[in-house]
Design a protein around this ligand. Structure first.
Ligand SMILES: *Cc1c(COP(=O)(O)O)cnc(C)c1O
Length: 377
C-alpha cells in the first residue's frame, strides 16, 4: 500500500460544491443564510427533533447546552470519563465542577449503576447535580432507558453528546434524541463533516432559540447593539453549512460503509483469542464511526503501543481508545465514580481504534487485517 491508511478522513459526495456555489452566487458568505437554515431542517427531519441550531463546533454545542441547562459557578456536572476532552472542557468554561463517571463493559459508555452511585453520593453531601453529559463512544449508544430514568428521578438535565454517533440508533430512535439536549459534531474526522461545525438540538424550542441568541453575540433587538447578556460567536458559516447539506444527503451511505468496514474487521479478527470488538448491544445500531477493539495483551504477550507502532511503520494509522478524563493531568483534582473495577482505564490500556474512513476500499481494510494478524502471531 503506497498511500497511508488513515483513521477517519473527510469523504465528500461531490454534491457539496453545488451548495457552496449557490452561497457564492448569492453572496451569502456569512454565519447565516439559506444553507444554514436548510442544514438545520435536514437535521430536524432526520432526528425528528423540533428545534436545532447550527454552530461552529460540537464543543460550542455542549457549551451552550450547559448554559441552557442553567449550569453556573460551582454547580456539579456528571460526565462520562471515557471520551474526548471536548465533552468535559465546557463544564470548566462555566466554572462548574465535573465529576467523572466510569464506563460499563456492555457499551463502553457511562455505566448506569456508577451514575446512580454518584447521584446517591452527592445527595448525601446535599449537593444538587445540574446536568449529566453522556457520550456515545465511537457510534455506540449509551443505555438511555436507564440513564434517562435516573436523571429524571434526581431532577438532572441530560445532555447527550452524540458527536460521534450521528446516524446511530437506540430502541429504533435516532442517536442524539435521548437527552434534553443533543449534540452533533461535524469536525473533519467525524462520520460527516462541514470541515468544522456542530449542531445543538432539543424539543425545548425556547431553549434553542435562546442558544441561537447567545451564539450570535447576544444582540438584543435594537439598532444600537444593546447587550444584556454575555454572548458568543458560535454560529456556523453558510459556506460550511453548504458542505453539511451535501453530506447529509449521503449520511446513510456513510453509515452503511462504516458498518461494512466493521464487518470485514470482525470476520478477519474476531477468532483471534484475546481480541474483543466494542459490543453493539441488542436494540441498538452503531454507525461504527470507528471500529474499536480490545486486545488482551497478557494472553498475546504484546503491548498495545507495539501494535500501534507496527501498524504505523506499515503506513497504517491506529490509535489507543480515548484516555479517560479522570486520568488526564488537567482534570486530576476532580472526583471520579466507579464500581469495583476501573473499566474505562482497562479499556484505555487494552483498546485500539482501527482505520474506519468510509472512503477506504475493501483491499485496504484486508491489508490492515493482514498486518494485525502478522503482528499478533
Ligand atoms: C469530536 C467530539 C466532540 C467535539 O466536537 P468538535 O466539533 O470537534 O468541537 C465532543 N465530544 C466528542 C465525544 C467528540 O468525539
Amino acid at each position: 500500500m503506497s498511500e497511508r491508511i488513515l483513521l477517519s478522513t473527510p469523504h465528500m459526495s461531490g454534491k457539496e460544491l453545488n451548495y457552496i456555489n449557490d452561497a457564492f452566487d448569492k453572496n451569502w458568505i456569512a454565519p447565516l443564510g439559506e444553507n444554514v437554515d436548510k442544514f438545520e431542517h435536514m437535521i430536524k427531519d432526520y432526528t425528528g427533533i423540533h428545534s436545532s441550531v447550527a454552530l461552529s463546533s460540537g464543543t460550542a454545542a455542549i457549551h451552550l447546552a450547559l448554559i441552557e441547562a442553567g449550569v453556573k459557578d460551582n454547580d456539579i456536572v456528571f460526565c462520562s470519563t471515557l471520551t474526548f476532552s471536548a465533552s468535559a472542557n465546557p463544564i470548566i468554561y462555566q466554572n462548574a465542577v465535573p465529576v467523572f463517571i466510569d464506563s460499563e463493559k456492555d457499551t463502553w459508555n457511562m455505566c448506569p449503576d456508577a451514575l446512580e452511585k454518584a447521584f446517591i453520593k452527592y445527595k448525601v453531601m446535599n449537593k444538587e447535580v445540574k446536568a449529566v453529559v453522556a457520550v456515545n463512544l465511537y457510534g455506540q449508544s449509551a443505555q438511555y432507558d436507564k440513564i434517562q430514568e435516573i436523571c429524571k428521578r434526581y431532577g438532572s438535565i441530560l445532555i447527550e453528546d452524540a458527536a460521534e454517533s450521528l446516524g446511530s440508533e437506540y430502541h429504533g430512535k435516532k442517536s442524539g434524541t435521548f437527552g434534553d439536549f443533543g449534540v452533533f459534531s461535524f469536525n473533519g474526522n467525524k462520520i460527516i463533516t462541514t470541515s468544522g461545525g456542530g449542531m445543538l438540538i432539543s424539543n425545548k424550542y425556547e431553549k434553542i432559540n435562546h442558544a441561537l441568541f447567545l451564539a450570535t453575540q447576544a444582540r438584543e433587538k435594537a439598532v444600537h447593539y444593546q447587550h444584556e447578556e454575555i454572548g458568543y460567536n458560535y454560529r456556523l458559516s453558510n459556506i460550511s453549512a453548504g458542505i453539511g447539506i451535501g453530506q447529509m444527503e449521503v449520511l446513510d451511505e456513510r453509515v452503511n460503509r462504516r458498518r461494512e468496514i466493521y464487518e470485514i474487521y470482525f470476520k478477519a479478527l474476531s477468532d483471534i483469542e484475546g481480541v474483543h470488538f466494542q459490543p453493539e448491544i441488542s436494540n441498538s445500531k452503531s454507525n461504527r464511526w470507528l471500529t474499536a477493539l480490545t486486545v488482551d495483551f497478557d494472553k498475546l504477550s504484546v503491548k498495545p503501543n507495539e501494535l500501534i507502532d507496527y501498524l504505523n511503520v506499515n503506513n497504517i494509522e491506529s490509535r489507543p481508545v480515548w484516555k479517560p478524563m479522570h486520568l488526564q493531568p488537567v482534570f486530576k483534582e476532580y472526583d471520579y465514580i466507579t464500581l469495583e473495577k476501573d473499566v474505562a482505564k482497562q479499556l484505555f490500556e487494552t483498546g485500539i481504534c482501527l482505520p474506519s474512513s468510509s472512503n477506504l476500499d475493501d483491499d485496504e481494510i484486508h491489508y490492515v487485517c493482514t498486518k494485525i494478524k502478522e503482528f499478533l502471531g
